[in-house]
Design a protein around this ligand. Structure first.
Ligand code: PGA
Length: 248
């Protein structure tokens, strides 16, 4: 049985006071042991959030990391630093990084390997754009995004990783993939992992992301291959995020 993982990707939102209020509310919710809840704040707040989370079971992760080892890379943040401030997870290959910061499949693969080398669990995000879906290319795009990471890093690195299917057309748009559309891709991703390791295919968590909210979380999370949610907008307000946690 795979645990459900609910991750809140705050993106470039929230400042100190708002974060303290949000965590104050979130830490009051009872969370069963089969559900993991993860917060992904912006870099400047990681250490502070770690302190606020002391004594509660919520986990901490970052939204990005540098593709290089510690050294002369002005303005960048290394995996080792994220681990040092208490991060357990890091997002890799989010579509906003791919589209707005020109991160190629190859850069994503390097960051994935760096995350694992630095002691973090990468959450590898994959997903197609609307034109790609409409032209029937969704499966081939996702396969390419996954295959480059497997080819460069090896399947064993996925033992400490999570996958996230995030159709780009569903991110921040209010438009969600139907549970059936999401399940179809999740099942496909699992089958692609199974080509290399049946055991890993059975254990790896695959999250769905893209306009997840309280109103659609139950039906998405009920699908056989959906093991959690990567939540953007709805993770910024305690009551919205708590509804999704309750659904899990
Ligand atoms: P959204 O974002 O929930 O606001 O659509 C999801 C994500 O980008 O991870």
């Amino acid at each position: 049985m795979r645990n459900k993982l609910i991750a809140g990707n705050w993106k470039m939102n929230l400042t100190g006071v708002q974060i303290a209020t949000l965590i104050g509310a979130l830490s009051k919710q009872h969370i069963p042991t089969c559900v993991e809840v993860l917060l992904l704040p912006a870099f400047p707040y990681l250490a502070e959030v770690r302190t606020l989370l002391d004594g509660c079971q919520l986990k901490l992760g970052a939204q990005n990391l540098c593709a290089h080892e510690p050294g002369a890379f002005t303005g960048e943040v290394a995996a080792e630093m994220l681990l040092d401030v208490g991060c357990e997870y890091v997002l890799v290959g989010h579509s906003e990084r791919r589209a707005l910061f020109a991160e190629s499949d190859e850069v994503v693969a390097v960051k994935f390997a760096r995350a694992v080398a630095g002691g973090l669990k990468p959450i590898l995000c994959v997903g197609e754009t609307l034109p790609e879906r409409e032209s029937g290319a969704a499966f081939s795009v996702i396969k390419r995004q996954l295959d480059v990471v497997i080819a460069n890093c090896g399947i064993d690195m996925f033992e400490n990783a999570v996958l996230a299917y995030e159709p780009v057309w569903a991110i921040g748009t209010g438009r969600t993939a139907s549970p059936e559309q999401a399940q179809e891709i999740h099942m496909y991703l699992r089958s692609q992992i199974a080509v290399h390791s049946a055991k890993l295919a059975g254990s790896i968590q695959i999250l769905y992301g893209g306009s997840v909210k309280g109103a659609n979380a139950v039906e998405l999370l009920n699908m056989a291959d959906i093991d959690g949610a990567l939540v953007g907008g709805a993770s910024l307000k305690a009551s919205d995020f708590q509804e999704i946690i309750a659904a899990a």
